[in-house]
Design a protein around this ligand. Structure first.
Ligand code: C2E
Ligand code: CA
Ligand code: CA
Length: 753
């Protein structure tokens, strides 16, 4: 009973504390204990009762219990050792045999084929029921001993195979198990009065519980920890309370002390502590560069103190993580992100940052921004090839690097554009002219003379955006872009005023559009009978302070900044509205041409917008003529052509404006399905070689006719021009000779009455 009680206590302890955590192993132990308890109780009952039937039942349960103890022990041994021996201990077979054996044992009271009871006298006057074996009992016994053999085999195998650290765990269980079996053998075969092995079940339970779950060999943990620290990818050095080095791992020895003499560490530690109040040195970490055998290493270092449970200082350790690789990678990444890969100059963003910092940190120093640009760099690419062009850029960067000293900085902003910030006191034209000559001599040959243009911007307002300083310098370059030798220009007062007025225009634009400061003017286009058949919509800015501003002052700027589409959409709507109004007045024979900028192709869905307008005001699309110029061919030609084709298909008429002003006019003719060709007299100076000019006009008109196009000649200013044009086959004429662009009201009063 006592044994059963101890088993129960163990079961409860393990059950509550560990079984849940250790899952299968814990469950197997609990099962083992429960079966053990039942077996113990049954045996105690069998020898305690004086009733033969009850005792017989007790023995049956006891024998059956032994079957289940052994089966659960096999299960436990497998979980414990992770050795399966499936061929010998298949759970299905063993359980089936056990069930059959149990049936045999429980039916024994009927046939007494396994055992019978007989009274046993004790040395005292007491007696109890013992049992006597019959044939069938041997079946039970053989089954039990097979299980015993399996258990011993499993434990034995594990004991041999495991490392020295763990052998004890398995060996102890093995010895305990064999001990109990020996006691049992004694009882069975040497006629011991009672089964003393039962009493040792409790001892076994404690063994099993302890070794399976609680036991954790200290030496093993120590071994593991030292191995781990030895192999760690960082240097570890530990000191006791007297700063004696008690441990350093391989990494540390390799790095700092190949001889392995721990005093080296102590000396270094002492030096590190020097000047620090040792009590006040707290746990810290920092980065430090060490020179080891000529190589530079960067370490991430951690210093940690260790206290015992009561809070007394007992030692410390330092760990050194080698972050050299990370650091180099970080530096390289930083460099890549801030520098131009080709020339090694700063890139645009980094340069802007750097300029801001320099201007901020050197308040007393005056600076200039110098930008340079190789004239016709594209030509260099075409003539000499990309490789040579690259070498030229590298040369540029080299020369700049040589010329500017510390305290200045430079960048390649984009392709052939460089920018330099340097103190005004160091700037001289001579310095830059020699630099430019050094670069331009690099490529000059008989056919090509390289020209570098340079713009200088003096920085007055150091808080202004850096971009405006660079813009200023480039604006200066723009003013000399027609020079054919190396030149320097300055962003002077005039340039500055222009720049500011541009800024002003952009700043005022939105509000002007909203408050109706933009007006559509109409210039009549007449047919050869001098009848007005058409009008061109031309915008005017009616500025409240500055009066009427001509498009030349704001259209290029709005195109540059991308706002043009807003203005154009506004004018297109005005035009369509007017067409609708005229139609309602009975003038449905007159159409309007509107200008379309190349930027419009990018900022609006032209098809949706224009179709939307004519549908909204119910105007036939052929009454709105769309003027496009060959600048639309400069980028994404295919895309633009697709849009034009769809507009043409819808019914709009397409006009090629300013025919002959650029270099791709003939291409335009070939590819754009235009209805009208528009040519400006101004492109054909009629005074110098009038004869030739006329021949050209005649030929172009003939060409347009051959392509089924109507021809508009614009810029017609004189009677003489008109006289000549009458005979050329041109269809329409436009120009000051007939009328200037007029406010809509004036146009209507003059031509629509
Ligand atoms: P453009 O499309 O070639 O327009 C013709 C220009 O020639 C107009 O200048 C017109 O006033 C001018 N002109 C007319 N007859 C004569 C003449 O006999 N002799 C001379 N020398 N010039 C004449 P404007 O109105 O100053 O427009 C200049 C340019 O601005 C236009 O050239 C056009 O490209 C652009 N533009 C005007 N309005 C708009 C608009 O609403 N949207 C867009 N995107 N561009 C526009
Ligand atoms: Ca036009
Ligand atoms: Ca034109």
């Amino acid at each position: 009973m006592l044994t059963a009680f101890v088993l129960l206590a163990c079961a409860v302890y393990i059950g509550t504390k560990h079984a849940i955590k250790n899952s299968k192993l814990g469950i197997s132990i609990i099962q083992l204990f429960v079966v053990g308890i039942i077996t113990c109780v049954a045996y105690t009952f069998a020898i305690a009762t004086k009733d033969v039937r009850q005792s017989e039942m007790g023995y049956a349960v006891y024998f059956a219990g032994v079957d289940w103890i052994l089966i659960t022990f096999v299960f436990y041994a497998r979980q414990y050792t992770k050795i399966w021996l499936d061929n010998y201990a298949s759970p299905l077979i063993t359980t089936t045999i056990a069930v059959l054996d149990n049936i045999s044992l429980f039916t024994n009271y009927k046939w007494h084929h396994a055992f019978t009871l007989e009274k046993r006298e004790l040395p005292t006057t007491e007696w109890f029921y013992g049992f006597k074996i019959h044939d069938y009992y041997y079946v039970h016994l053989i089954f039990c001993y097979i299980l015993v053999a399996i258990i011993i085999a499993i434990l034995f195998k594990k004991t041999i195979q495991t490392s020295g650290f763990h052998r004890n765990r398995y060996f102890a269980i093995l010895v305990m198990f064999i001990g109990i079996i020996l006691l049992n053998v004694l009882y069975l075969f040497f006629d011991f009065p009672v089964d003393v092995s039962i009493c040792f079940y409790a001892v076994a339970a404690i063994f099993v519980g302890y070794y399976s779950i609680l036991y954790n060999p200290k030496t093993f943990v120590e071994y593991m920890l030292t191995t781990i620290t030895e192999r760690m990818d960082c240097a570890l050095i530990s000191f006791d309370e007297n700063d004696t080095c008690i441990y350093s791992n391989q990494f540390a020895n390799r790095m700092f002390c190949p001889t392995g003499d721990k005093r080296v560490f102590e000396e270094r530690f002492r030096k590190w502590k020097e000047g620090r109040e040792s009590n006040s040195i707290a746990n810290t970490s920092w980065n430090e560069v060490y020179n080891i055998n000529g190589d530079e290493y960067r370490f991430d270092i951690h210093f940690n103190k260790i206290y015992d449970k009561k809070g007394y200082y007992c030692g410390c350790y330092m760990s050194f993580y080698d972050v050299t690789g990370d650091f180099i990678a970080y530096e390289e990444e930083k460099y890549r992100n801030s520098h131009d890969a080709l020339t090694g100059a700063l890139n645009r963003e980094a340069f802007f940052e750097e300029v801001k910092a320099i201007l901020h940190e050197n308040i007393g120093v005056e600076y200039v921004m110098v930008c340079c640009n190789i004239k016709g760099f594209k030509l260099v690419n075409d003539m000499f090839g990309a490789e040579e062009a690259d070498r030229l850029l590298i040369r540029c960067a080299e020369v700049i690097r040589e010329k500017i000293q510390p305290g200045a900085t430079y960048a390649r902003l984009e392709s052939d554009k460089f920018a330099i910030l340097l103190p005004k006191s160091r700037y001289t034209e001579e310095l830059f002219y020699t630099g430019m000559n050094q670069v331009s001599n690099f490529l000059n040959n008989a056919q090509y003379r390289m020209v570098i243009l340079m713009g200088v911007y003096e920085i007055y307002d150091r808080d202004a955006p850096v971009i405006s300083m660079v813009d200023g310098a480039f604006l200066a370059i723009d003013s000399i872009k027609n020079n054919y030798k190396n030149s320097i220009a300055y962003y002077g007062d005039m340039l500055r005023r222009e720049y500011l007025s541009e800024q002003k225009i952009v700043g005022e634009f939105e509000e002007a559009l909203q408050t109706g400061q933009f007006a559509m003017f109409l210039q009549p286009v007449v047919n050869m009978d001098k009848k007005v058949a058409l009008a061109e919509a031309l915008v005017r800015w009616i500025h409240p302070d500055r009066g009427i501003i001509a498009p030349i002052s704001f259209i290029p700027l709005l195109e540059k900044t991308g706002y043009i589409y807003k203005l154009d959409m506004y004018i297109w709507e005005q035009a369509v509205k007017r067409l609708a109004y005229w139609a309602s007045m009975g003038h449905d024979d007159i159409s309007i041409s509107v200008n379309i900028s190349v930027k419009d192709f990018y900022y609006v869905d032209l098809y949706e917008c224009l179709v939307g307008l004519v549908e909204k005001y119910n105007v036939p699309p052929e009454r709105l003529k769309l003027e496009i110029t060959e600048t639309i061919f400069m980028t994404e030609k295919e895309r633009q052509l697709e849009i034009i084709n769809s507009l043409k298909e819808y019914g709009f008429l397409i006009e090629i404006d300013d025919f002959g002003s650029g270099y791709s006019s003939l291409n335009m003719l070939k590819e754009v399905p235009a209805d009208i060709l528009k040519m400006d007299m101004a492109f054909l100076s009629m005074d110098g070689n009038a004869n030739k000019g006329r021949k050209i006009v005649n030929t172009i008109i003939a060409l347009a006719k051959a392509l089924d196009m109507l021809v508009v000649i614009e810029g017609v200013e004189t009677q003489e021009q008109v006289d000549y044009l009458v005979g050329t086959g041109a269809d329409y004429l436009q120009g000051y000779y007939f009328d200037k662009p007029l406010p809509v009201k004036r146009f209507e009063e003059t031509y629509l009455l």
